[in-house]
Design a protein around this ligand. Structure first.
Ligand SMILES: [Zn+2]
Length: 57
């Protein structure tokens, strides 16, 4: 998995670059944290599931 992805940011209201800030393996798969390079917005991804709030592993 790459360290940067293109993803739409609700704060920037456009497609921006997100960088990976953390990665851990959990029961459901790989949990990764992503942060927008243009603002403070971030989201968490577990496998293919995205969430804009952090969830306990
Ligand atoms: Zn943003």
């Amino acid at each position: 998995m790459s360290l940067e992805i293109e993803h739409s940011c609700p704060e920037c209201a456009s497609e921006t670059t997100f960088y990976r800030t953390a990665s851990t393996l959990v029961q459901l798969g790989e949990k990764t944290k992503w942060s927008c390079t243009n603002c403070e917005y971030g989201f968490v991804k577990i496998g293919e599931i995205e969430s804009d709030t952090d969830v306990p592993a």
